[in-house]
Design a protein around this ligand. Structure first.
Ligand code: GLU
Length: 492
């Protein structure tokens, strides 16, 4: 049987980085083992529905480059589904589940439960008093099926519950955790069909995974407590068990579970800040999985070749934003300048640094700056810190130590010499500017910090920055001459 894996999110309106990691492991596993990766939307909890959630989800995966083989896709703004096992959206499969619920009722693996909300609240309150984790007390468990059917026919409201074996040890092999033992006594009689006729997650997930031929269930460790219920359901329905892989939690640097309230968790937020998808994917893969070699910067193809659940850790993986920033910087440094410039433009427009109408006219100029400063960028939104330096012809010196340097005795001579060279220069690219500096050094004897740092201050107002020759070349002859002349007049 071919390998089939699935990612089965309940769309919430944003994509948690943990979801992207699960999807990524699904994707890599499927690619490596000639399998198929299915995206199934689990939207049976109608109270949690969010508009456009499916589209946002798919857009985020598309951006990340982790696309499924089967499931819903968006083409020209319209949802289409591809694959032989559709629909891949649970709310469109509601008729699928009821026959299996009936099968479980008939075979005695499930039962009708007529307990009112008040009664269940009472049970819960009593449990709480006794310090027991709340669970159903089995009140309707042993009622007769014939009797129950009569009550249903008479219109009584009901749910259907799974009859969990009372005390059975379940042992299963988890691809990450090895042999896992759990006792059925720790799971109560889960609702399978709700009063509104909708299946619960447990019912729907087992039926769909079976009908869609899913061979490996890869999901977060928070689903581990669900596994015994699902194993029992597979057994009761007479279906072969899939293999399980429960992935470790993603923790923040304080070793607490990454939470929406305290941490950046939405993939969309990382996209908005200008992280490159290939960097985020590379980083996320390593939150929980480690390749064999030392090298951490890897393409998706390289990671896929090496990926295995044996090297996924059982304990939580740390999401360290500093490391992500380092990695993203590595990717930015090697990325194509045209691509980076396209990414940079919206931040410059949004912050009012450049005007939207002049976007095209500014492209080449922004590209030069991007190419110069990209080695410093952790994410593209930071471009707005670097571009203003290239705008206008007035230099402000605010820093005390820069002020001290610009007031050194040799600075007026230096500025005059450089301005003289610049004005008569024919070429003004970085190598030509460098030659002019050499000439000035020879002619005036000014060198080292006195030459380079003082000129940088006269040109940018700052003591440190990106390559000086490139900076001067981007600013252009007229601008640099104006800047240096005004600094001499105002500060020296
Ligand atoms: N719908 C569940 C979720 O929201 C799927 C869990 C599973 O993979 O079994 O994550």
């Amino acid at each position: 049987m071919s390998n089939r894996v699935r990612f089965a999110p309940s769309p919430t309106g944003y994509v948690h980085v943990g979801s992207l990691r699960t999807a990524l492991y699904d994707y890599m596993f499927a690619r490596k083992h000639d399998g198929k990766y299915v995206l199934r939307i689990e939207d049976t909890d109608r109270t949690r529905l969010v508009d456009d959630a499916i589209e946002n989800l798919i857009n985020a995966f598309e951006w990340a480059g982790i696309m499924h083989d089967e499931g819903p896709f968006f083409e020209e703004g319209k949802m289409v589904q591809r694959g032989d096992y559709g629909s891949y959206i649970q709310s469109e499969r509601l008729d699928t589940y009821r026959p299996y619920v009936d099968q479980l009722l008939e075979s005695g693996h499930a039962y009708y439960c007529f307990c009112s909300k008040e009664r269940l609240d009472e049970v819960r309150a009593k449990n709480k008093e006794k310090g027991i984790i709340s669970g159903y007390d089995g009140h309707c468990r042993d009622g007769s099926l014939e009797e129950a059917k009569k009550r249903v026919a008479a219109g009584e409201s009901y749910v259907v519950r799974l009859k969990m074996p009372e005390d059975r040890e379940l042992v299963f092999e988890d691809m990450v955790r090895g042999t896992v033992k759990m006792n059925t006594a720790d799971s109560d009689d889960q609702v399978l069909l709700k009063a509104d006729g909708f299946p619960t997650y447990h019912m729907a997930v087992v039926v769909d995974d079976h009908l869609m031929g899913i061979t490996h269930m890869i999901r977060g460790e928070e689903w581990l407590p669900s596994t015994p219920k699902q194993i029992i359901l597979y057994e009761a329905l007479g279906w072969p068990q899939p293999k399980y892989a429960h992935l470790p939690n993603i923790l923040n640097t304080e070793k607490k579970k990454l939470s929406k309230r305290h941490d950046s968790v939405a993939v969309e937020d990382f996209k908005k800040k200008g992280y490159l998808p290939e960097a985020l994917i590379n980083f996320l893969a390593l939150v929980g999985w480690s390749p064999e070699g030392e090298e951490e910067i890897m393409t998706l193809e390289e990671m896929t070749k090496q990926f295995s659940f044996e090297r996924v850790s059982k304990s939580g993986g740390v999401f360290d934003v500093q490391k992500l920033n380092w990695m993203n910087n590595q990717y930015i440094k090697n990325a194509d300048d045209d691509r980076l410039t396209d990414l940079a433009m919206p931040y410059l427009v949004e912050s009012g640094i450049i005007n939207e109408d002049g976007l095209e006219g500014h492209f080449d100029w922004v590209k030069k700056i991007v190419s110069l400063v990209k080695e410093k960028l952790e994410y593209m939104a930071q471009i707005t810190d670097y571009v203003p330096l290239f705008i206008g012809d007035v230099v402000e010196i605010t820093d005390d130590s820069a002020m001290e340097m610009i007031k050194l005795d040799h600075v007026p001579t230096l500025i005059d010499a450089l301005v003289g060279k610049f004005e008569s220069a024919e070429a003004f690219d970085a190598p030509s500017v460098k030659k002019l500096f050499k000439e000035v050094q020879k002619e005036t004897g000014i060198k080292g910090k006195n030459l380079f740092m003082c000129t940088r201050i006269a040109v940018t107002g700052q003591e440190h920055g990106s390559d000086l020759m490139e900076t001067i070349a981007i600013l252009g002859k007229d601008n640099v001459v104006k800047r240096m002349t005004s600094v001499k007049e105002n500060y020296c």
